[in-house]
Design a protein around this ligand. Structure first.
Ligand SMILES: [Zn+2]
Length: 71
């Protein structure tokens, strides 16, 4: 099962949870018991560095061909 990042809108906690592909994030509860959680969509291979983040960064440290994670 894929691991997703969540953040709690109530206490600001950030945590990870495994959900099935068909999983419903509505069932996810903050470790503190809050229900106001939001899923964070953050593909790990994309790094935003501000202006020009894409210009010269063609190399991918630690990645190997065919090992990309796609959903
Ligand atoms: Zn919380």
């Amino acid at each position: 099962m894929p691991l997703y990042d969540f953040t709690c809108a109530q206490c600001g906690a950030r945590f990870e949870k495994r959900l099935p592909f068909s999983g419903n994030s509505d069932d996810v509860i903050c470790p503190q018991g809050h229900r106001a959680v939001r899923r964070i969509y953050a593909p790990p291979q994309v790094v935003f560095k501000g202006n020009g983040w894409y210009s010269t960064d063609h190399r991918k440290p630690g990645s190997s061909p065919g090992a990309e994670t796609r959903e």
